[in-house]
Design a protein around this ligand. Structure first.
Ligand code: GDP
Length: 598
Protein backbone atom coordinates (compact mmCIF):
# COMPACT_ATOMS: atom_id res chain seq x y z
CA UNK A 1 0.00 0.00 0.00
CA UNK A 2 1.56 3.20 -1.12
CA UNK A 3 0.83 6.14 1.15
CA UNK A 4 -1.26 8.84 -0.37
CA UNK A 5 0.80 12.05 -0.46
CA UNK A 6 -1.89 14.13 1.22
CA UNK A 7 -1.84 11.70 4.09
CA UNK A 8 1.97 11.55 4.29
CA UNK A 9 1.86 15.25 4.96
CA UNK A 10 -0.13 14.61 8.07
CA UNK A 11 2.61 12.52 9.71
CA UNK A 12 5.66 14.15 11.11
CA UNK A 13 9.07 12.57 11.49
CA UNK A 14 9.59 10.77 14.81
CA UNK A 15 12.32 12.41 16.90
CA UNK A 16 15.03 10.09 18.17
CA UNK A 17 17.40 10.77 21.08
CA UNK A 18 20.56 8.89 22.01
CA UNK A 19 21.47 8.31 25.66
CA UNK A 20 24.02 6.25 27.56
CA UNK A 21 27.12 6.25 29.69
CA UNK A 22 30.12 8.32 28.67
CA UNK A 23 32.39 6.58 26.13
CA UNK A 24 29.89 3.85 25.36
CA UNK A 25 29.69 5.15 21.79
CA UNK A 26 26.76 7.58 21.52
CA UNK A 27 28.60 10.02 19.27
CA UNK A 28 30.16 7.26 17.17
CA UNK A 29 26.77 5.66 16.66
CA UNK A 30 25.22 8.94 15.50
CA UNK A 31 28.19 9.56 13.23
CA UNK A 32 27.86 6.08 11.79
CA UNK A 33 24.16 6.53 11.10
CA UNK A 34 24.82 9.92 9.51
CA UNK A 35 27.74 8.51 7.54
CA UNK A 36 25.75 5.54 6.25
CA UNK A 37 22.92 7.85 5.33
CA UNK A 38 25.22 10.12 3.35
CA UNK A 39 26.63 7.17 1.42
CA UNK A 40 23.30 5.51 0.75
CA UNK A 41 21.28 8.55 0.02
CA UNK A 42 23.16 10.19 -2.85
CA UNK A 43 23.74 13.86 -2.36
CA UNK A 44 20.95 15.90 -0.88
CA UNK A 45 18.83 13.04 0.45
CA UNK A 46 19.91 13.43 4.03
CA UNK A 47 19.47 16.86 5.46
CA UNK A 48 21.55 18.41 8.13
CA UNK A 49 19.33 20.52 10.37
CA UNK A 50 20.26 22.80 13.18
CA UNK A 51 20.78 20.40 16.07
CA UNK A 52 19.34 17.39 14.27
CA UNK A 53 19.80 15.07 11.31
CA UNK A 54 16.89 13.88 9.23
CA UNK A 55 17.16 10.48 7.58
CA UNK A 56 14.30 10.11 5.07
CA UNK A 57 12.43 6.83 4.75
CA UNK A 58 13.97 5.86 1.40
CA UNK A 59 17.46 6.24 2.87
CA UNK A 60 16.46 4.24 5.95
CA UNK A 61 15.21 1.53 3.66
CA UNK A 62 18.40 1.54 1.58
CA UNK A 63 20.55 1.15 4.68
CA UNK A 64 18.29 -1.45 6.24
CA UNK A 65 17.90 -3.46 3.01
CA UNK A 66 15.43 -6.31 3.41
CA UNK A 67 14.64 -5.27 6.96
CA UNK A 68 12.60 -2.23 5.90
CA UNK A 69 10.04 -2.24 3.14
CA UNK A 70 9.21 1.41 2.51
CA UNK A 71 5.76 0.40 1.31
CA UNK A 72 4.81 -0.47 4.86
CA UNK A 73 5.47 2.96 6.29
CA UNK A 74 3.58 6.26 6.41
CA UNK A 75 6.16 8.04 8.50
CA UNK A 76 8.58 10.19 6.49
CA UNK A 77 11.78 8.89 8.17
CA UNK A 78 13.65 9.55 11.41
CA UNK A 79 14.98 12.76 12.93
CA UNK A 80 18.02 12.20 15.14
CA UNK A 81 18.86 14.84 17.73
CA UNK A 82 22.56 15.55 17.15
CA UNK A 83 23.53 16.11 20.76
CA UNK A 84 23.50 12.82 22.61
CA UNK A 85 23.16 12.41 26.35
CA UNK A 86 20.74 13.10 29.17
CA UNK A 87 21.39 16.73 29.05
CA UNK A 88 19.97 17.27 25.59
CA UNK A 89 17.23 14.80 26.36
CA UNK A 90 16.04 16.58 29.48
CA UNK A 91 16.50 20.00 27.90
CA UNK A 92 14.38 19.15 24.93
CA UNK A 93 10.90 19.10 26.29
CA UNK A 94 7.59 19.42 24.57
CA UNK A 95 4.34 20.16 26.34
CA UNK A 96 5.52 18.85 29.67
CA UNK A 97 7.07 15.63 28.33
CA UNK A 98 10.17 14.65 26.45
CA UNK A 99 10.53 16.08 22.98
CA UNK A 100 12.08 12.86 21.71
CA UNK A 101 9.50 10.28 20.71
CA UNK A 102 11.89 7.37 21.04
CA UNK A 103 15.36 6.83 22.39
CA UNK A 104 18.37 4.65 21.79
CA UNK A 105 20.11 3.62 25.00
CA UNK A 106 23.72 2.86 24.11
CA UNK A 107 25.44 0.28 26.32
CA UNK A 108 28.99 -0.92 25.78
CA UNK A 109 28.64 -4.74 25.65
CA UNK A 110 31.82 -5.21 27.62
CA UNK A 111 31.28 -2.47 30.18
CA UNK A 112 27.61 -3.20 30.74
CA UNK A 113 25.44 -0.94 32.87
CA UNK A 114 27.29 2.02 34.38
CA UNK A 115 26.07 4.91 36.57
CA UNK A 116 24.90 7.06 33.68
CA UNK A 117 23.18 4.07 32.09
CA UNK A 118 21.11 3.70 35.24
CA UNK A 119 20.47 7.42 35.25
CA UNK A 120 19.39 7.31 31.58
CA UNK A 121 17.03 4.41 32.25
CA UNK A 122 15.37 6.27 35.09
CA UNK A 123 15.01 9.40 32.95
CA UNK A 124 13.42 7.33 30.17
CA UNK A 125 11.17 5.67 32.72
CA UNK A 126 10.06 9.00 34.22
CA UNK A 127 9.31 10.48 30.82
CA UNK A 128 7.68 7.26 29.58
CA UNK A 129 9.78 7.33 26.44
CA UNK A 130 9.92 4.03 24.56
CA UNK A 131 13.47 2.95 23.86
CA UNK A 132 15.66 0.27 22.36
CA UNK A 133 19.08 -0.77 23.58
CA UNK A 134 22.04 -0.62 21.22
CA UNK A 135 24.51 -3.09 22.73
CA UNK A 136 27.50 -1.42 21.16
CA UNK A 137 31.08 -2.41 20.34
CA UNK A 138 30.35 -6.07 19.51
CA UNK A 139 33.48 -5.92 17.36
CA UNK A 140 35.59 -5.73 20.52
CA UNK A 141 34.60 -9.23 21.58
CA UNK A 142 37.75 -11.33 21.31
CA UNK A 143 37.70 -13.37 18.10
CA UNK A 144 34.86 -11.34 16.55
CA UNK A 145 34.70 -11.78 12.81
CA UNK A 146 33.25 -8.56 11.37
CA UNK A 147 30.84 -8.21 8.45
CA UNK A 148 30.83 -4.45 7.87
CA UNK A 149 27.44 -2.75 7.64
CA UNK A 150 25.59 -6.08 7.64
CA UNK A 151 22.41 -6.87 9.53
CA UNK A 152 23.45 -8.28 12.90
CA UNK A 153 21.65 -11.60 12.75
CA UNK A 154 23.70 -12.92 9.88
CA UNK A 155 26.87 -11.66 11.47
CA UNK A 156 25.84 -13.14 14.83
CA UNK A 157 25.14 -16.55 13.28
CA UNK A 158 28.47 -16.43 11.42
CA UNK A 159 30.55 -16.14 14.62
CA UNK A 160 32.18 -19.17 16.22
CA UNK A 161 30.25 -20.83 19.07
CA UNK A 162 32.70 -19.46 21.57
CA UNK A 163 32.38 -15.85 20.36
CA UNK A 164 28.60 -16.10 20.15
CA UNK A 165 28.51 -17.60 23.65
CA UNK A 166 30.66 -14.74 24.90
CA UNK A 167 28.35 -12.16 23.32
CA UNK A 168 25.23 -13.90 24.66
CA UNK A 169 26.62 -13.82 28.16
CA UNK A 170 27.18 -10.07 27.98
CA UNK A 171 23.77 -9.46 26.42
CA UNK A 172 22.09 -11.45 29.20
CA UNK A 173 23.92 -9.31 31.69
CA UNK A 174 22.38 -6.21 30.10
CA UNK A 175 18.97 -7.87 29.92
CA UNK A 176 19.31 -8.67 33.64
CA UNK A 177 20.14 -5.05 34.49
CA UNK A 178 17.14 -3.87 32.49
CA UNK A 179 14.98 -6.32 34.34
CA UNK A 180 16.27 -4.98 37.68
CA UNK A 181 15.19 -1.55 36.50
CA UNK A 182 11.70 -2.90 35.83
CA UNK A 183 11.89 -3.52 32.08
CA UNK A 184 11.37 -6.85 30.45
CA UNK A 185 13.90 -7.09 27.65
CA UNK A 186 15.15 -9.60 25.12
CA UNK A 187 17.25 -10.00 21.98
CA UNK A 188 15.37 -7.80 19.56
CA UNK A 189 14.56 -10.59 17.11
CA UNK A 190 12.57 -12.35 19.82
CA UNK A 191 10.55 -9.26 20.75
CA UNK A 192 7.00 -9.19 19.39
CA UNK A 193 5.76 -5.98 20.98
CA UNK A 194 8.43 -3.30 21.32
CA UNK A 195 6.26 -1.20 23.59
CA UNK A 196 6.00 -3.95 26.18
CA UNK A 197 9.49 -5.36 25.80
CA UNK A 198 12.74 -3.58 25.29
CA UNK A 199 14.61 -4.90 22.25
CA UNK A 200 18.34 -5.32 22.65
CA UNK A 201 20.18 -4.88 19.36
CA UNK A 202 23.85 -5.88 19.15
CA UNK A 203 25.66 -3.25 17.06
CA UNK A 204 29.05 -1.84 16.29
CA UNK A 205 29.44 1.86 15.59
CA UNK A 206 32.87 0.95 14.29
CA UNK A 207 32.00 -1.69 11.68
CA UNK A 208 28.38 -0.67 11.10
CA UNK A 209 27.09 -4.14 11.93
CA UNK A 210 23.59 -3.97 13.38
CA UNK A 211 22.90 -0.43 12.11
CA UNK A 212 20.35 -1.79 9.59
CA UNK A 213 18.60 -3.59 12.45
CA UNK A 214 18.66 -0.54 14.68
CA UNK A 215 17.06 1.66 12.02
CA UNK A 216 14.51 -1.02 11.15
CA UNK A 217 13.47 -1.40 14.80
CA UNK A 218 13.23 2.37 15.32
CA UNK A 219 11.15 2.73 12.20
CA UNK A 220 8.90 -0.21 13.09
CA UNK A 221 8.47 0.92 16.67
CA UNK A 222 7.46 4.43 15.58
CA UNK A 223 5.12 3.27 12.88
CA UNK A 224 3.38 0.49 14.73
CA UNK A 225 3.07 1.92 18.19
CA UNK A 226 3.22 5.64 17.74
CA UNK A 227 1.71 6.21 14.33
CA UNK A 228 -1.18 8.16 15.80
CA UNK A 229 1.06 10.33 17.93
CA UNK A 230 3.00 11.27 14.82
CA UNK A 231 -0.14 12.51 13.15
CA UNK A 232 0.12 16.28 13.27
CA UNK A 233 -1.48 19.21 11.59
CA UNK A 234 1.53 20.51 9.73
CA UNK A 235 -0.43 23.49 8.48
CA UNK A 236 -1.16 24.60 12.06
CA UNK A 237 0.83 27.14 14.07
CA UNK A 238 4.38 26.00 14.80
CA UNK A 239 5.38 24.65 18.21
CA UNK A 240 8.95 23.96 19.21
CA UNK A 241 11.54 23.87 21.94
CA UNK A 242 14.58 26.11 22.35
CA UNK A 243 17.77 24.08 22.17
CA UNK A 244 20.15 26.96 22.62
CA UNK A 245 20.34 30.74 22.54
CA UNK A 246 23.34 31.86 20.49
CA UNK A 247 24.81 35.06 19.10
CA UNK A 248 25.16 35.10 15.30
CA UNK A 249 27.00 37.78 13.45
CA UNK A 250 24.56 39.92 11.56
CA UNK A 251 21.55 38.49 13.40
CA UNK A 252 22.17 39.19 17.09
CA UNK A 253 20.65 36.70 19.54
CA UNK A 254 19.12 33.75 17.74
CA UNK A 255 17.38 30.59 18.85
CA UNK A 256 18.29 27.06 17.83
CA UNK A 257 14.93 25.36 17.88
CA UNK A 258 13.50 21.94 17.21
CA UNK A 259 10.09 22.43 15.70
CA UNK A 260 7.93 19.42 16.56
CA UNK A 261 4.54 20.58 15.37
CA UNK A 262 3.02 22.83 12.71
CA UNK A 263 4.71 25.43 10.56
CA UNK A 264 6.66 28.62 11.23
CA UNK A 265 7.10 31.40 8.66
CA UNK A 266 9.11 34.55 8.31
CA UNK A 267 7.17 37.47 9.81
CA UNK A 268 5.19 35.24 12.22
CA UNK A 269 4.49 36.57 15.66
CA UNK A 270 5.96 34.14 18.22
CA UNK A 271 5.99 33.69 22.00
CA UNK A 272 9.17 32.32 23.59
CA UNK A 273 9.81 31.38 27.23
CA UNK A 274 12.41 33.63 28.84
CA UNK A 275 14.10 34.14 32.19
CA UNK A 276 11.73 37.02 32.94
CA UNK A 277 8.64 35.30 31.54
CA UNK A 278 7.26 34.94 28.00
CA UNK A 279 8.80 37.10 25.25
CA UNK A 280 6.57 38.23 22.38
CA UNK A 281 8.46 38.99 19.18
CA UNK A 282 8.35 38.67 15.39
CA UNK A 283 10.43 36.29 13.28
CA UNK A 284 12.93 38.24 11.23
CA UNK A 285 14.60 35.27 9.55
CA UNK A 286 14.49 31.48 9.53
CA UNK A 287 17.87 29.89 8.98
CA UNK A 288 19.09 26.46 8.02
CA UNK A 289 22.63 25.27 7.50
CA UNK A 290 23.93 25.29 3.96
CA UNK A 291 24.80 22.00 2.33
CA UNK A 292 27.87 20.36 3.76
CA UNK A 293 29.78 21.29 0.60
CA UNK A 294 29.10 24.96 1.10
CA UNK A 295 29.48 25.13 4.83
CA UNK A 296 32.94 26.68 4.67
CA UNK A 297 31.76 29.62 2.63
CA UNK A 298 31.25 33.00 4.26
CA UNK A 299 27.61 32.50 4.96
CA UNK A 300 26.98 29.38 6.99
CA UNK A 301 23.26 29.75 6.86
CA UNK A 302 20.65 29.82 4.23
CA UNK A 303 17.51 31.87 4.77
CA UNK A 304 14.20 30.05 4.21
CA UNK A 305 10.67 31.41 4.21
CA UNK A 306 8.92 28.64 6.02
CA UNK A 307 9.70 25.45 7.98
CA UNK A 308 7.42 22.54 8.95
CA UNK A 309 7.72 19.91 11.69
CA UNK A 310 9.74 18.00 12.61
CA UNK A 311 12.79 20.07 11.88
CA UNK A 312 15.73 21.78 13.49
CA UNK A 313 16.21 25.46 12.62
CA UNK A 314 17.57 28.78 13.75
CA UNK A 315 15.22 31.68 14.41
CA UNK A 316 16.44 35.27 14.27
CA UNK A 317 14.17 37.83 15.94
CA UNK A 318 14.51 40.90 18.17
CA UNK A 319 14.53 40.65 21.99
CA UNK A 320 15.74 37.05 22.29
CA UNK A 321 18.57 37.75 24.73
CA UNK A 322 16.58 36.56 27.73
CA UNK A 323 15.22 33.44 26.01
CA UNK A 324 15.69 30.23 27.92
CA UNK A 325 17.13 26.92 26.74
CA UNK A 326 14.49 24.25 27.04
CA UNK A 327 11.64 26.76 26.91
CA UNK A 328 8.70 26.57 24.51
CA UNK A 329 8.42 28.55 21.25
CA UNK A 330 4.92 29.07 19.84
CA UNK A 331 3.67 30.71 16.69
CA UNK A 332 0.67 32.87 17.59
CA UNK A 333 -1.07 32.38 14.22
CA UNK A 334 -4.72 33.40 14.28
CA UNK A 335 -5.02 33.01 18.06
CA UNK A 336 -5.07 35.84 20.61
CA UNK A 337 -1.48 36.74 21.55
CA UNK A 338 -2.53 36.89 25.21
CA UNK A 339 -3.82 33.31 25.14
CA UNK A 340 -0.53 32.04 23.70
CA UNK A 341 1.44 34.04 26.29
CA UNK A 342 -0.64 32.39 29.00
CA UNK A 343 -0.04 28.93 27.56
CA UNK A 344 3.72 29.53 27.49
CA UNK A 345 3.57 30.91 31.01
CA UNK A 346 1.78 27.77 32.14
CA UNK A 347 4.35 25.54 30.53
CA UNK A 348 7.14 27.45 32.22
CA UNK A 349 5.38 27.16 35.57
CA UNK A 350 4.96 23.44 35.10
CA UNK A 351 8.70 22.93 35.19
CA UNK A 352 9.08 25.27 38.12
CA UNK A 353 10.63 23.17 40.84
CA UNK A 354 8.88 22.98 44.18
CA UNK A 355 11.07 24.41 46.92
CA UNK A 356 11.11 24.35 50.70
CA UNK A 357 11.87 26.73 53.55
CA UNK A 358 15.18 25.05 54.24
CA UNK A 359 17.57 23.43 51.81
CA UNK A 360 20.23 24.02 49.19
CA UNK A 361 20.37 26.31 46.15
CA UNK A 362 20.41 24.73 42.68
CA UNK A 363 21.38 26.42 39.43
CA UNK A 364 21.23 24.79 36.01
CA UNK A 365 21.62 25.88 32.43
CA UNK A 366 18.18 24.90 31.20
CA UNK A 367 14.68 24.30 32.52
CA UNK A 368 14.84 20.63 31.63
CA UNK A 369 18.13 20.02 33.40
CA UNK A 370 16.88 21.94 36.43
CA UNK A 371 13.90 19.67 36.55
CA UNK A 372 16.03 16.56 36.14
CA UNK A 373 18.31 17.60 39.03
CA UNK A 374 15.33 18.48 41.18
CA UNK A 375 13.94 14.99 40.59
CA UNK A 376 17.24 13.37 41.50
CA UNK A 377 17.53 15.53 44.61
CA UNK A 378 14.03 14.59 45.65
CA UNK A 379 14.94 10.92 45.29
CA UNK A 380 18.04 11.50 47.39
CA UNK A 381 15.86 13.36 49.95
CA UNK A 382 17.90 16.54 49.66
CA UNK A 383 15.66 19.60 50.18
CA UNK A 384 15.83 22.60 47.82
CA UNK A 385 15.57 26.17 49.03
CA UNK A 386 15.79 27.75 45.59
CA UNK A 387 16.16 26.41 42.05
CA UNK A 388 16.79 28.61 39.03
CA UNK A 389 18.20 28.65 35.53
CA UNK A 390 21.39 30.68 35.10
CA UNK A 391 24.99 31.12 36.22
CA UNK A 392 25.87 31.38 39.90
CA UNK A 393 25.66 35.04 40.93
CA UNK A 394 26.35 36.76 44.27
CA UNK A 395 22.61 36.81 44.98
CA UNK A 396 22.56 32.99 44.95
CA UNK A 397 25.37 32.89 47.49
CA UNK A 398 23.46 35.29 49.73
CA UNK A 399 20.41 33.06 49.53
CA UNK A 400 22.43 29.92 50.27
CA UNK A 401 24.04 31.56 53.30
CA UNK A 402 20.60 32.01 54.88
CA UNK A 403 20.12 28.25 55.21
CA UNK A 404 19.98 27.17 58.86
CA UNK A 405 21.94 23.96 58.59
CA UNK A 406 25.64 24.00 57.73
CA UNK A 407 25.12 21.24 55.21
CA UNK A 408 22.55 23.35 53.35
CA UNK A 409 24.84 26.32 52.85
CA UNK A 410 25.70 24.97 49.44
CA UNK A 411 25.00 25.62 45.78
CA UNK A 412 24.83 22.86 43.20
CA UNK A 413 25.62 24.20 39.72
CA UNK A 414 24.86 22.05 36.70
CA UNK A 415 26.51 23.11 33.45
CA UNK A 416 26.77 26.74 34.61
CA UNK A 417 29.55 29.21 35.34
CA UNK A 418 30.28 31.11 38.54
CA UNK A 419 30.64 34.88 38.44
CA UNK A 420 33.95 35.90 39.99
CA UNK A 421 32.32 38.05 42.64
CA UNK A 422 30.05 35.12 43.54
CA UNK A 423 33.04 32.82 44.03
CA UNK A 424 34.66 35.41 46.32
CA UNK A 425 31.51 35.88 48.32
CA UNK A 426 31.11 32.12 48.65
CA UNK A 427 34.62 31.77 50.03
CA UNK A 428 33.97 34.57 52.53
CA UNK A 429 30.62 33.30 53.68
CA UNK A 430 31.50 29.60 53.83
CA UNK A 431 28.99 28.64 51.17
CA UNK A 432 30.21 25.58 49.31
CA UNK A 433 29.93 25.47 45.51
CA UNK A 434 29.56 22.20 43.65
CA UNK A 435 29.89 22.21 39.88
CA UNK A 436 29.57 19.39 37.40
CA UNK A 437 27.92 18.45 34.16
CA UNK A 438 26.90 14.98 35.31
CA UNK A 439 23.94 14.96 37.67
CA UNK A 440 24.85 11.89 39.68
CA UNK A 441 28.39 13.19 40.15
CA UNK A 442 27.08 16.47 41.46
CA UNK A 443 24.82 14.73 43.94
CA UNK A 444 27.46 12.23 44.93
CA UNK A 445 29.97 15.01 45.62
CA UNK A 446 27.44 16.90 47.69
CA UNK A 447 26.47 13.78 49.64
CA UNK A 448 30.12 13.01 50.35
CA UNK A 449 30.52 16.56 51.65
CA UNK A 450 27.47 16.22 53.91
CA UNK A 451 28.68 12.87 55.19
CA UNK A 452 32.01 14.45 55.98
CA UNK A 453 30.40 17.25 57.98
CA UNK A 454 28.26 14.76 59.86
CA UNK A 455 31.26 12.59 60.60
CA UNK A 456 33.20 15.55 61.96
CA UNK A 457 30.24 16.59 64.06
CA UNK A 458 29.95 13.07 65.43
CA UNK A 459 33.67 12.94 66.14
CA UNK A 460 33.45 16.21 68.05
CA UNK A 461 30.56 14.89 70.10
CA UNK A 462 32.35 11.59 70.56
CA UNK A 463 35.37 13.28 72.05
CA UNK A 464 33.28 14.97 74.68
CA UNK A 465 30.90 12.21 75.53
CA UNK A 466 31.36 9.84 78.48
CA UNK A 467 31.71 6.31 77.13
CA UNK A 468 29.99 3.32 78.68
CA UNK A 469 32.05 0.60 80.39
CA UNK A 470 31.68 -2.14 82.99
CA UNK A 471 34.76 -3.27 84.91
CA UNK A 472 35.75 -5.48 87.84
CA UNK A 473 38.09 -4.81 90.75
CA UNK A 474 40.66 -7.62 90.76
CA UNK A 475 41.33 -9.82 93.81
CA UNK A 476 44.61 -9.08 95.61
CA UNK A 477 45.16 -5.88 93.63
CA UNK A 478 44.41 -3.17 96.17
CA UNK A 479 47.38 -0.83 96.17
CA UNK A 480 45.86 1.88 98.34
CA UNK A 481 42.72 1.89 100.50
CA UNK A 482 41.63 5.50 99.94
CA UNK A 483 42.37 9.14 99.14
CA UNK A 484 42.34 8.10 96.31
CA UNK A 485 41.76 4.37 96.30
CA UNK A 486 44.14 2.61 93.90
CA UNK A 487 43.05 -0.79 92.61
CA UNK A 488 43.75 -3.14 89.76
CA UNK A 489 40.80 -3.55 87.38
CA UNK A 490 39.83 -5.48 84.27
CA UNK A 491 37.37 -4.02 81.76
CA UNK A 492 34.52 -6.44 80.97
CA UNK A 493 32.80 -4.45 78.20
CA UNK A 494 33.13 -0.97 76.79
CA UNK A 495 35.89 1.61 76.99
CA UNK A 496 36.97 2.97 80.35
CA UNK A 497 38.14 6.57 80.20
CA UNK A 498 39.72 8.93 82.74
CA UNK A 499 37.93 11.53 84.85
CA UNK A 500 34.62 9.69 84.77
CA UNK A 501 32.19 9.14 87.60
CA UNK A 502 31.80 5.46 88.54
CA UNK A 503 29.43 3.43 90.71
CA UNK A 504 27.37 0.26 90.91
CA UNK A 505 23.82 -0.96 90.79
CA UNK A 506 22.13 -2.16 93.96
CA UNK A 507 18.53 -3.36 93.77
CA UNK A 508 18.17 -1.52 90.46
CA UNK A 509 19.32 1.76 92.04
CA UNK A 510 22.59 3.34 90.84
CA UNK A 511 25.04 4.24 93.60
CA UNK A 512 27.84 6.57 92.64
CA UNK A 513 31.05 5.83 94.58
CA UNK A 514 33.45 8.43 93.20
CA UNK A 515 35.39 9.66 90.19
CA UNK A 516 37.94 7.53 88.37
CA UNK A 517 40.88 9.87 87.95
CA UNK A 518 43.82 8.07 86.36
CA UNK A 519 44.69 4.82 84.64
CA UNK A 520 48.22 3.49 84.96
CA UNK A 521 49.96 0.48 83.54
CA UNK A 522 53.53 -0.25 84.60
CA UNK A 523 54.03 3.34 85.65
CA UNK A 524 52.62 4.79 82.42
CA UNK A 525 49.51 6.96 82.24
CA UNK A 526 46.83 5.70 79.87
CA UNK A 527 43.89 7.61 78.41
CA UNK A 528 41.62 4.63 78.18
CA UNK A 529 41.33 0.95 78.79
CA UNK A 530 39.53 -1.36 76.33
CA UNK A 531 37.54 -4.50 77.03
CA UNK A 532 39.74 -7.35 78.29
CA UNK A 533 42.59 -5.04 79.34
CA UNK A 534 43.90 -4.67 82.89
CA UNK A 535 45.55 -1.73 84.68
CA UNK A 536 45.68 0.13 87.98
CA UNK A 537 43.16 2.97 88.42
CA UNK A 538 42.81 5.69 91.04
CA UNK A 539 39.30 6.43 92.26
CA UNK A 540 38.63 9.58 94.26
CA UNK A 541 35.93 9.12 96.93
CA UNK A 542 35.56 5.56 98.15
CA UNK A 543 37.48 3.53 100.71
CA UNK A 544 38.22 -0.07 99.81
CA UNK A 545 36.66 -2.39 102.36
CA UNK A 546 33.90 0.07 103.20
CA UNK A 547 32.43 1.52 99.95
CA UNK A 548 33.92 -0.91 97.47
CA UNK A 549 35.35 -4.42 97.68
CA UNK A 550 37.65 -6.68 95.71
CA UNK A 551 35.66 -8.48 92.96
CA UNK A 552 33.05 -5.67 92.85
CA UNK A 553 31.62 -4.89 89.44
CA UNK A 554 31.55 -1.16 88.74
CA UNK A 555 30.07 0.91 85.92
CA UNK A 556 30.92 4.23 84.40
CA UNK A 557 28.10 6.51 85.54
CA UNK A 558 26.75 7.83 82.24
CA UNK A 559 25.16 11.28 82.53
CA UNK A 560 21.59 11.03 81.28
CA UNK A 561 22.07 13.42 78.34
CA UNK A 562 25.22 11.57 77.25
CA UNK A 563 23.39 8.26 77.39
CA UNK A 564 20.73 9.75 75.15
CA UNK A 565 23.22 11.02 72.56
CA UNK A 566 25.04 7.69 72.63
CA UNK A 567 21.89 5.69 72.13
CA UNK A 568 20.17 7.93 69.60
CA UNK A 569 23.00 9.43 67.55
CA UNK A 570 26.24 7.58 68.02
CA UNK A 571 25.09 3.99 68.38
CA UNK A 572 26.31 3.10 64.88
CA UNK A 573 29.75 4.53 65.61
CA UNK A 574 30.27 2.58 68.84
CA UNK A 575 32.35 -0.59 68.80
CA UNK A 576 30.23 -3.69 69.42
CA UNK A 577 31.34 -4.19 73.04
CA UNK A 578 30.59 -0.56 73.92
CA UNK A 579 27.21 -0.87 72.34
CA UNK A 580 26.67 -3.92 74.51
CA UNK A 581 27.85 -2.07 77.65
CA UNK A 582 25.47 0.77 76.81
CA UNK A 583 22.57 -1.60 76.28
CA UNK A 584 23.24 -3.38 79.58
CA UNK A 585 23.60 -0.12 81.47
CA UNK A 586 20.38 1.30 80.03
CA UNK A 587 18.49 -1.91 80.63
CA UNK A 588 19.47 -2.01 84.28
CA UNK A 589 18.84 1.70 84.75
CA UNK A 590 15.44 1.47 83.13
CA UNK A 591 14.25 -1.31 85.42
CA UNK A 592 13.42 1.40 87.91
CA UNK A 593 13.09 4.38 85.60
CA UNK A 594 11.69 3.19 82.26
CA UNK A 595 12.16 6.58 80.56
CA UNK A 596 15.67 7.30 81.76
CA UNK A 597 17.74 8.73 78.92
CA UNK A 598 14.88 8.75 76.38
P1 GDP B 1 30.26 8.72 23.81
O1 GDP B 1 31.00 9.37 24.94
O2 GDP B 1 29.20 7.79 24.31
O3 GDP B 1 29.74 9.67 22.77
O4 GDP B 1 31.33 7.75 23.10
P2 GDP B 1 32.15 7.94 21.75
O5 GDP B 1 31.27 7.80 20.57
O6 GDP B 1 32.97 9.16 21.88
O7 GDP B 1 33.06 6.64 21.81
C1 GDP B 1 34.02 6.43 22.81
C2 GDP B 1 35.16 5.62 22.27
O8 GDP B 1 34.70 4.32 21.91
C3 GDP B 1 35.78 6.20 21.01
O9 GDP B 1 37.16 6.01 21.10
C4 GDP B 1 35.18 5.39 19.88
O10 GDP B 1 36.03 5.30 18.79
C5 GDP B 1 35.01 4.04 20.56
N1 GDP B 1 33.89 3.29 19.97
C6 GDP B 1 32.62 3.69 19.87
N2 GDP B 1 31.86 2.72 19.31
C7 GDP B 1 32.70 1.68 19.05
C8 GDP B 1 32.50 0.38 18.49
O11 GDP B 1 31.42 -0.04 18.11
N3 GDP B 1 33.61 -0.41 18.40
C9 GDP B 1 34.83 -0.01 18.82
N4 GDP B 1 35.84 -0.85 18.68
N5 GDP B 1 35.03 1.20 19.36
C10 GDP B 1 33.99 2.04 19.48
Amino acid sequence: MSPDPAQTDAFRTPIVAVLGHVDHGKTSLLDKIRGSAVIEGESGAITQHIGATAVPLDVVSKIAGDLVDPEEFDLPGLLFIDTPGHHAFTTLRARGGALADIAILVVDVTDGFQPQTHEAVSILQDSETPFVVAANKVDTIPGWNPSPDAPIRASYEAQSDRVRGDLDERLYEIIGDLSDAGFSADFYWRVKNFRQNVGVIPVSAETGEGIPDLLAVLMGLSQRYMGEEMEVDISGPGAGTVLEVTEERGFGSTLDVILYDGTIEEGDEIVVGGTQGPIVTTVRALLQPRDLAEIRTEKRFEQVESVSAAMGLKIAAPDLKEALSGAPVRVVGDRETEAVVEAVQEELAEVAVSTEEEGIVVKADTLGSLEAIANSLREAEIPILRAEVGDIAPRDVSVASTADEDTHQAILGFNVDVHDDAAELAAESDVRLFMDDVIYQLIEDYEAYVENIHRRQREAVFENVVRPARFRILRDHVFRQSGPAVVGVEVATGTLGRNVPVGYFENGEFERVGVLKTIQDEGEDLDELRAGERAAVSIDGPTVGRDIEEEDVLWVDLPENHAKVLEQELREDLPADEREALAQFLETRREREPFWGK
